[in-house]
Design a protein around this ligand. Structure first.
Ligand code: ADP
Ligand code: MG
Length: 625
């Protein structure tokens, strides 16, 4: 629980205690009224303030306004009846806060699991000694140490760059999604993600005082993530509040005016104002203000238990309407573990070619690079490598033993103007050039994840109309995977920017678009899509931070599960809305016809609320979906 949630909880409890005292202890009338009012202000003061601010900012008729008029209406009604029973007003506010509390707790929990997940991926700093990189606990790094930050890694400690050029993703710090260039002499703050080059950084702070540690606290403080889509209750209130207010206003004005003008009878203003206030209070949807956030609470919790971490309840609604699912290939649908199949060498020995490739790839976090280092097997001396530059979707260029080495696909070779020998082997081809001269290629292949085919079928069965696979890999590999998995459409040879453009056209032409990816180069698309889903175990920090949903175990089956959970939550929300409003309407009609008595009114409020809450709890049980 964070500070704000603790404060809310204290308010809920203390206001509840005062409410009980006011009801059970025989007190003098004015003391009772005082207790009610204090209890009302404790629980509702922020809502009253927000309602006033809403009016001042011309944002009339939001949920705060509805809560305010309904509760003030209830108080005025009580005063008009000469009653000292203000229960209704306090209860409505109390329920509203309880609902919001649960929701913010669930969101906070989900986000904490995500930061835990990132904590699990050990926070480390790379310190170079005798040509080898050593991962050390950042807590043990004194100020003034030179650390190495490789591409795809998070900067662990604040410092100044002493060598290397790169671009940084600062979105988790600044919310700015455009990458920032950085070079020697510039300051670098922890928490940024290093995207392309390798940087040597002289630390200027110890870990605990670095920006990243502060950010984690901030992330826990900021409750729901409302930036992109508005939260459900607000949107519901936008329609419901004006309708209710207008009806109440008409009820207060029309009948008396009609009596005066048409029937030539006394207007009886007090009677109709009284009835209008009653209407306003009855139509306040207590059952909804508790049950809607509670449904999201249960939904996020249920999803979390299945290893699906959702960063905010507002994403559930978009997810439930998903029509297009776009997936990255490597690491998302395939295991991202490449086996070396073959080495075709021209000028140097096989082992030498692999060694150069592994050395040039020494700092990359791409699955290909990890596999090449693994195939080479020997711990290599880092001091042989300098000036590493990574080209996302292309490969890497570096200086090894003083010679320029390029390792990557045909696009990289083309852009460097190096003629290469095409290869017919099926698999991903990694071309290598040394000294600007073609040196041969390594054929590697990846395997499709177990259950990926079933996962695609389940996605289609969950109501998604269009599945797409995007990859930076070659046409042949893409076609093979797309066919094996029965994916509707695929695009190959894509650079990260191409992926963004492609998803942008989908966003214009099709319903909500979900993008699922894992790599650093997927981060831009993840934040651009309506819903970004990142693979939590294999995925890079950049992807996890840019995403809205994180799958802890990298299982593609969880994509359809997330959609189903979202659908279930939203359908529960709608069931509750229809049920609660239906019963309300019935009571209003019965009341108007003179049939409603107090018991029906109580059932309408409390009964509907309990049923709606029970219904909301169903969202917790998602494992069979
Ligand atoms: P995907 O879209 O399938 O996840 P990427 O965009 O990460 O693939 O990479 C696309 C292609 O770029 C790879 O298939 C590979 O040919 C090349 N590539 C990217 N990074 C590297 C690297 N570090 N080393 C070698 N080749 C790379
Ligand atoms: Mg990838």
């Amino acid at each position: 629980m964070n500070r704000r949630q603790k404060k809310t909880l204290i308010r809920i409890v203390s206001s509840g205690i005062l409410l009980i005292l006011a009801n059970v202890i025989p007190l003098q009338e004015y003391v009772k009224v005082l207790l009610f009012l204090i209890s009302y202000l404790i629980i509702g003061h922020d809502i009253l303030r927000k309602a006033v601010r809403g009016i001042l900012n011309h944002r009339l008729l939001d949920e705060q306004f509805l809560m305010t008029v309904a509760t003030l209406g209830a108080i005025i009604l009580a005063v008009m009846k000469r009653s000292t029973d203000f229960n209704e007003a306090v209860f409505v506010m109390l329920f509203y806060q309880i609902g919001e509390f649960f929701q913010s707790y669930a969101v906070g929990k989900s986000r904490r699991s995500i930061s835990d997940l990132m904590d699990l991926r050990p926070d480390y700093a790379n310190v170079e000694s005798e040509g080898l990189l050593e991962q050390v606990d950042p807590d043990d790094v004194p100020v003034g140490t030179v650390i190495v930050v490789q591409s795809g890694e998070k900067v662990p400690i604040d410092g100044v760059v002493i060598s290397g050029h790169s671009t940084l993703n600062t979105s988790s710090l600044t919310g700015e999604s455009v990458p920032r260039d950085i070079g020697p002499g510039e300051e670098i703050i922890s928490g940024c993600i290093n995207l392309t080059g390798v940087l040597q950084v002289r630390t200027t702070k110890v870990f605990g005082e670095s920006t990243a540690s502060k950010i984690l606290e901030l992330m826990e403080e900021s409750s729901s993530h409302k930036s992109r889509s508005e939260n459900f209750i607000s949107r519901f209130a936008k329609i419901y509040t004006p309708v209710v207010c207008l009806c109440a206003l008409m009820l207060a004005i029309l009948p008396p005016v009609l009596r005066l003008i048409v029937l030539h009878q006394p207007a009886m203003w007090p009677v109709w104002i009284y009835r209008s206030l009653t209407f306003l209070v009855i139509s306040c949807p207590c059952a909804l203000v508790v049950s809607i956030p509670l449904t999201f609470f249960a939904g996020l919790g249920g999803a979390g238990k299945e290893g699906i971490l959702i960063k905010g309840s507002n994403y559930l609604e978009t997810l439930s309407k998903a029509k297009t699912v776009v997936m990255d290939k490597t690491g998302t649908l395939t295991q991202g573990v490449f086996e070396v199949q073959d080495i075709h060498h021209n000028v140097m020995e096989r082992s030498r070619l692999l060694e150069y490739a592994a050395l040039a790839e020494i700092a990359s976090s791409h699955p290909i690079s990890k596999s090449l280092r693994h195939a080479h097997g020997i711990d290599t001396d880092r001091s042989r490598v300098a000036g590493i530059q990574e080209y996302p979707g292309g490969g890497v260029v570096a200086t090894v033993d003083g010679r320029p080495v390029a390792v990557g696909n045909t696009k990289l070779m083309d852009s460097l103007g190096i003629p290469f020998t095409p290869c017919r082997s099926s698999g991903t081809i990694v071309h290598i050039a040394v000294n600007g001269e073609y040196a041969g290629h390594i054929v590697i292949s990846d395997t499709i994840k177990d259950g990926a085919k079933e996962a695609i079928q389940a996605i289609k069965a969950s109501g998604v109309e269009h599945t797409v696979m995007l990859t930076g890999d070659s046409e042949a590999v893409a076609e093979h995977v797309a066919e094996a998995l029965e994916i509707d459409e695929y695009q190959s040879d894509m650079l990260p920017a191409d992926k963004v453009h492609y998803v942008e056209t989908l966003l214009c032409n099709e319903g909500p678009v979900v993008f699922v990816g894992d790599g650093i180069n997927d981060a831009p698309v993840l934040s651009r899509a309506d819903i970004g889903v990142a693979m939590g175990a294999l995925g890079s920090d950049a992807a996890i931070e840019a995403a809205d949903v994180v799958l802890m175990d990298d299982n593609p089956m969880k994509i359809s599960k997330a959609i189903r959970i979202a659908k279930k939550c939203i359908s529960i929300v709608y069931q509750n809305i229809i049920f609660a409003l239906g019963v309300k309407l019935l009571c209003l009609v019965l009341g108007a016809l003179g049939f409603a008595n107090m018991w029906i009114a109580i059932f309408a409020d409390v009964g509907v609320m309990i049923l709606a809450v029970l219904n909301a709890i169903r969202a917790l049980y998602v494992h069979r979906l």
